[in-house]
Design a protein around this ligand. Structure first.
Ligand code: NAP
Length: 362
């Protein structure tokens, strides 16, 4: 299979390219800037294709003969749909590493065309959301009539400039939850929750607009979904939400911050890649108040992203199923995380009130 990494000169794209070569794969390297792509192409001895996503003609030429694209160029709110459309035109499968809710939903809206053209669209095969999508699917399996899913994530990891810039755009938007299948804006300060991540890590968390609000709904069929992140700045951070949003809503503020980020965030070094731990907590509940709690840890998100992209490419190489839009767990199976280095295991137990009543009835 001929496949391409687009955005290959970025922090994450180049990690994927290097690991692909270590596994004996020979991807094409795609990007918009020949000079920035050249050093990696020379180092790995790989062919490059230079093209701009705002030119459909360039995209068509560059994707001729390509069977799959691993799209690693974000912010995906600007790049996902142009690349997904180019893939549909070229008949190439599309996967990306977006964790951006609006980008995931926009790609999902192309599903009818993907079915007609027998093309797979699978956004978010990176750390956000591949492991948590599998986590959600396994929790839902443990309580099949669940109507509510809550997810929380905790890490103190260093991020790349691409991740920080993509986050700026999201923080400028209202915080969302999914209620009865629909996304709803909420005030973070009104939905604070104390979450027990295990290992004596009990943290005050607030809702966050995260990619799982799109993927977990698809993968589990659950209509009420919330994602929480710890409040590093305490309650003040939740109260400051309107101010932060108003500031980041200004184009010039985002531009200045983006420049600052580009100069100061090189991305996690080898030490950080090897030693980051992310704690994942999830809860499903049904109408009768029964619940299951799941916990899992993962290694560094950039390494997991690299493995997620390659697991998906290897799967697509053997794939003979229909086209359409898929979440990672729908395409790869919810057990794929057992094959992703640094993920899991997922530990699921009855929620506390239920556990107590089980013990009483013994
Ligand atoms: N889901 C996850 O868990 C996960 C994990 C890792 C990364 N990500 C996301 O992946 C994206 C890339 O991250 P990174 O760490 O690799 O960032 P990075 O080092 O800043 O690289 C960004 C790459 O995207 C390219 N790019 C940006 N805007 C573009 C556009 N409009 N058209 C074409 N190419 C464009 C850049 O090209 P130039 O060099 O030419 O500017 C560069 O190749 C970010 O959005 C990040 O949030 C997600």
């Amino acid at each position: 299979m001929q496949w391409m990494i687009y955005g290959a000169n970025g922090y994450t794209g180049s990690m994927v390219a290097e690991e692909a070569c270590r596994r004996g794969l020979r991807p094409l390297l795609g990007g918009r800037d020949a000079h920035r792509l050249a050093p990696l192409a020379q180092k790995l001895g790989l062919e490059t294709r230079i093209f701009n996503l705002d030119s459909p003609a360039q995209c068509q030429q560059a994707l001729a003969g390509v069977n799959a694209v691993a799209h690693c160029a974000g912010p995906f709110v600007s790049t996902a749909v142009p690349m997904a459309r180019a893939c549909l035109e070229a008949g190439a499968h599309y996967l990306d590493i977006s964790g951006e809710l609006p980008a995931i939903e926009a790609v999902a809206r192309l599903e009818n065309e993907a079915r007609r053209k027998n093309v797979v669209l699978c956004p978010s095969v990176g750390w956000d959301v591949l492991p948590t999508d599998c986590f959600a699917a396994q929790l839902a399996r443990a309580l099949p009539d669940a109507e509510e899913f809550s997810l929380a994530l905790h890490s103190t990891m260093a991020v790349s400039s691409g991740t920080a810039k993509s986050s700026l755009g999201l923080l400028a938007q209202p915080t969302l939850l999914r209620r009865d299948g629909r996304l709803q804006p909420v005030a973070r300060r009104r939905h604070l929750r104390q979450i027990d991540f295990g290992r004596n890590l009990n943290l005050l968390c607030a809702p966050a607009t995260w990619g799982d609000l799109a993927s977990a709904g698809r993968s589990t069929g659950i209509a009420n979904i919330s994602v929480y992140l710890p409040l590093g700045g305490g309650r003040l951070e939740a109260w400051a939400e309107p101010l932060i949003r108003a500031l980041l809503g200004r184009e010039w503020v985002r531009r200045k911050l983006s420049r600052l980020i580009e100069r100061n965030l090189p991305g996690p070094d080898a030490q950080a890649l090897a030693h980051t731990t992310v704690h994942v907590w999830g809860e499903v509940k049904n109408r009768r108040g029964e619940g299951r709690i799941g916990r899992m840890t993962t290694g560094n998100p950039y390494l997991i992203t690299m493995h997620g992209v390659l697991a998906t490419i290897e799967h697509l190489d053997r794939y003979a199923g229909p086209g359409g839009y898929f979440t990672p767990s729908q395409l790869l199976g919810a057990d794929v995380i057992t094959r992703i280095p640094g993920c899991g295991p997922i530990v699921i137990e009855p929620a506390r009130s239920e556990r107590a009543s089980h013990q009483e009835s013994r």
